[in-house]
Design a protein around this ligand. Sequence first.
Ligand code: PMP
Length: 395
Amino acid sequence: MESVRSHLNEYVTTVGKSPIRALFELSFDPTLISFAGGNPASELFDVEGLTKSFTHIMETAGQRALQYASTDGEPEMRQAAALRTTQMGVPTTAAQVLITSGSQQGLGLLSQTLVNPGDVVLVENPSYVSALQAFGLQGAEFKPIDTDEGGVVPEALDAAIRQWKPKAVYMIPTFQNPTGVTMPESRRRAIADIIAAQDTWLIEDDPYSELRYTDEQQIPISADPRLDDRAFLLNTLSKVLSPGLRVGWIRGPEEILERISVAKQANALQTSTVDQLVAAHYLESNDLQAKLDPVRAEYARRRDAMLTGLREVLPPGSALTEPEGGMFVWARLPEGFDASALVYDAIKAGTMFVPGAPFYVADPDPRTLRFSFVSNTPEVTHEGLARLAPVFAGA
Ligand code: PMP
């Protein structure tokens, strides 16, 4: 085995598999109540609306939809992506957008385009596991940025940039994965000031901001025009329409998008033509904001059920985040607990969460764990947490 490994790319052998995807495979047991994955609720997908768009595209543009297409994305989808990004508060033209097969591909392409082995990438600690994989496969070295209940601490970011001279800073300012934390507006301005004054790339990952359960719209840091030549904003339809469609995009400096396009050609040639045309047609012929209203209302109900339930079953002295959007609640158990040691007991009890340790790039906190609240109805969440109670009580 060792000899085979020595014949592989160095980083493929050192970067671990996603522990969440491993749990995901177990969660196909239909009797299990899983709080582990980041899956939107399937029963809330607009199957009818998407069926209409699939039918329309196949009837009116079937030959084109089934053919190879451009690497950067079909014009309709680039236009739709630019419009959505503009509506999110970041004025964007179609030329500033490269379509990707979900934002995960965007992360992989940005890593390939920006990162050389040994380059430092600054990340929130904890951060999104599969972003760490993408950067890790390019040989990035991670350094943590200090965070608190408002996300990245600007002074800590400034100090870390001066100390480590990072190639890039990766962050998820809104409804962060895994913590659910959101950065307030004043901090976003402070972070934009810091990035504008430094020589580094900002990679801002924003898959969740439209899943907000208050009226407050979060404007991405990348909206600051001073960052137009150094910020990449990643977006996706996965959480608001369907992750099975695999349509996302990178908004960034045009001359760098050209380089990213080369990486994309080598990686996958293009994003699915059918998926792009269907998504673009759907966005043109539906008011996605209006369609999301009932989804947001239901997710807010599910979040409340999760928070109320967790307060009842977690051991006394536990702490919880109270996310205003997104999918995740982050918990910290009292002194002496190890969440990883409890996962298999939880599975035996018919339920599942993700331990927090794998999300860290430094000083993993074994007492942390992540719960996804969107996939289950309040009733099912209640039942799942009831199964979990004895696991914590017996630990
Ligand atoms: N970034 C973050 C922070 C995520 O949580 C996810 C999905 N779990 C992604 C990117 C990738 O999403 P997709 O590739 O489906 O767009």
